[in-house]
Write a protein that binds this ligand. Structure first.
Ligand code: G3I
Length: 314
């Protein structure tokens, strides 16, 4: 983190100013690390990140309270629905309570939409079911309960639902939009939606104007939007790959800057040296080309284009 060029690049600092930048922890706030055994919490790494952010005038967007991944084994072991519900509520109360006033925003629910085509037909609402112990125990209600519990624990924090694969038009976006509408109708305290924007394959690249229309749809519901985890891996021999990567990132940032309810833009990591799209299953690991700085922490075209978009901001 201390290597992050954003902290030292005076061009960025001049544009950004105090409290403009935001830190999103990649893993340290996940239950697997924070809550390794029932009732045993380890806040050391997460607290360090919060202190680092504060020392550098950054807000913290904390990730994540309720997800079907990155769970410690013990959280998956119980199948009594009432016990599962209590586990979720206690986890949220303790963790969001610990960080009360220290984090600006939470990803309360991460990736609730299903990857299974069948979940979107025959009257199904597109929610991830069997992979999620939370859905298995409570159905859709787990989402309502999670947001209400996070709001009770830290009433000033902004509460987000974070999802991938919803940048394009299609049934996945439609189902997410309908979910947000239902939550609002039920008075659930949700403030925003994070669009992860992982563009792992060329087919994931999306037109900025499609993203804009989704941001605007959410504005009508009184909901914020953010670009939460953007990365754009390019192939080694992809013609003009770096330019494409830069255009994808700057296009989304531009839309975000132009839409009043789009509140932040974050890439998932900053340098290819540590990016999560590296192939770590082989030795030595093969780094990817997906983020604004290369493996030697040199800024790529994407970084320059992001700066240009910031300078041109309305
Ligand atoms: O650090 C531990 C190590 O102590 C342990 O021995 C080892 C054994 O499994 O695991 C190590 O933790 C790994 C962790 O990354 C830190 O390196 C986990 O196994 C590994 O699963 C974890 O992967 C993360 C993944 O989420 C799952 O939590 C990635 O770094 C992280 O980039 C990725 O991020 C997700 C977002 O949370 C949600 N959206 C998609 C995004 C990209 O996949």
């Amino acid at each position: 983190l201390a290597e992050n060029p954003l902290l030292t690049d005076s061009r960025y600092r001049a544009l950004a100013g105090s409290q403009f930048s935001m830190l999103t922890p990649e893993n340290a706030f996940k239950p697997q690390f924070l809550h390794p055994r029932r009732g045993v919490y380890d806040f050391r790494d997460a607290d360090l990140l919060v202190r680092f952010a504060r020392a550098n005038d950054m807000k913290v967007h904390a990730h994540t309270l309720v997800w079907h991944e990155a769970l410690p084994n013990w959280m998956r072991e119980n199948d009594d629905p009432e016990e599962v519900r209590r586990t979720m509520l206690r986890h949220i109360a303790t963790v969001a309570g610990h960080f009360k006033g220290k984090v600006a925003e939470w990803d309360v629910v991460n990736e609730p939409m299903s990857d299974d085509e069948k979940s979107y037909t025959n009257g199904n609402l597109g929610l991830r079911s069997e992979q999620s112990p939370w859905y298995e125990a409570m159905g859709e209600d787990y989402i309502d309960e999670a947001f209400r519990a996070a709001h009770r624990a830290d009433p000033k924090a902004q509460l987000f639902l974070n999802e991938y694969g919803v940048e394009e038009e299609g049934e996945r976006w439609d189902a997410l939009y309908d979910l947000i509408k239902r939550l609002k109708e039920r008075g659930v305290p949700i403030d925003g939606v994070g669009f992860q924007n992982h563009e792992y394959t060329p087919g994931d690249r999306t037109a900025p104007e499609t993203f804009r229309s989704h941001v605007q749809d959410l504005a009508e519901l009184g909901i914020q939007a953010r670009v939460s985890e953007m990365d754009v891996p390019i192939g080694e021999d992809e013609k003009d790959g770096r330019q494409t990567q830069a255009d994808e990132m700057a296009g989304k940032l531009r839309v975000c800057l132009e839409e009043p309810n789009c509140t932040s833009f974050s890439t998932w990591g900053f340098t290819d040296r540590y990016g999560s799209t590296a192939d770590t299953k082989i030795y030595p690991p093969r780094t990817a080309d997906s983020l604004p700085w290369d493996t030697d922490l040199r800024p790529k075209r994407a970084y320059e284009r992001l700066l240009e978009a910031l300078r041109a901001a309305p």
